[in-house]
Design a protein around this ligand. Structure first.
Ligand code: NCD
Length: 314
């Protein structure tokens, strides 16, 4: 099948290269849609007739359900395909799967895949506006956007702020998307973790990126701190070092050393007692994980609007 040509600005495959103006207008729209998510405002009722294909070929709770919610909230229809029960289990490739779903007449596709670069492949093969919902260890742009939204609402501007991202940076698509968004918006990002998971080379990528291997040495410089899960499914070692929590976990003791009002974020799923202690996760004034989830829906609505407006009004 010959792919249709589509405006590349309707897809969201990466946050790399998105300028501050574009990011800011997406964040503004995320903010203005948040009351709809919280149930205190409504969008005008529409039945757009648009159908959005959600291809989730890797495990997901928050991202999948929030995309599905976002599609409903906007008055569109979702069609969800997961790896389990689909022909992916019979060995069908990502590009064949996507081409077949697109041929059913989808106005947009949302793709989660273990294949780094998989979302760009789907956009190329189908010609349909495609949103990357996490592709391997490459990027997770909607997570980056919802994290930036959460941080901006908490800190005001991101300009000049120091954001610590702690954990498995090497294998984390969340970290990569956050690095692009946060540095573009003027923050300094400090990547913290053991040397095998946070190689020095990251510090050479941009002047606003620092690398640290001693969390305690940089903890008190943080304006915000984002904890990440060790991506066992993407690492060769397949186990967390027994002293990981002692060196890099957000324990209650460490949380008490953070400056007043410094928030703790986590994209989920949390490994309690490894990267985040129960007491810290339970402190909802400090730990913004559920705020991130709420903003995940409005951020995805903002991205879907951008993907769908021309198709819906055509
Ligand atoms: C992240 C992911 O899948 O990359 N989770 C998410 O989308 N909320 C992070 C993770 O799995 O650790």
């Amino acid at each position: 099948m010959r792919p249709r040509m589509t405006d590349p600005n309707r897809s969201l495959l990466t946050l790399r290269g998105l300028d501050a103006g574009t990011l800011t207008s997406l964040l503004d729209r995320t903010e203005s849609l948040l009351p709809v998510v919280r149930g205190v405002a409504q969008l005008p009722r529409t039945d757009s007739g648009a159908v959005v294909g959600l291809l989730f070929l890797e495990n997901s709770t928050r991202t999948r359900c929030s995309f599905e919610t976002a599609v409903h909230r906007l008055g569109h229809q979702p069609v969800v395909l997961t790896g389990q029960g689909s022909s992916v289990g019979k060995g069908e490739s990502l590009s064949d799967t996507a081409a077949n779903i697109a041929a059913m007449g989808m106005q947009a596709l949302v793709v989660r895949t273990p294949l780094s670069g998989g979302a760009a492949l789907v956009a190329r093969v189908t010609g349909v506006p495609t949103i990357n919902a996490g592709d391997g260890r490459h990027e997770h742009p909607t997570q980056g956007l919802l994290d930036a939204s959460t941080l901006r609402s908490h800190l005001g501007s991101l300009k000049g702020k120091r954001i610590l991202i702690v954990g498995d940076i090497l294998n984390s698509r969340v970290a990569r998307s956050n690095i692009h968004a946060l540095t573009t918006l003027g923050a300094t990002v400090v990547l913290v973790g053991p040397p095998p998971l946070v190689p020095w080379v990251f510090a050479e990528c941009a002047p606003q990126i620092e690398v640290a291997h001693d969390l305690d040495a940089v903890l008190e410089t943080a304006d915000a701190i984002m904890m990440l899960r060790i991506q066992l499914e993407r690492s060769a070692g397949k186990s967390v070092a027994s002293d990981y929590r002692a060196a890099f976990g957000m324990t209650s003791t460490r949380a008490s050393r953070l400056r007043e009002g410094v928030p703790v974020l986590h994209p989920g799923p949390i490994n309690r007692g490894v990267e985040l202690d129960d007491e810290v996760a339970a402190d909802l004034a400090r730990c913004l994980v559920l705020e991130q989830v709420a903003r995940g829906v409005s951020a995805r609505m903002a991205i879907l609007e951008r993907a769908l407006v021309p198709a819906v009004s055509a």
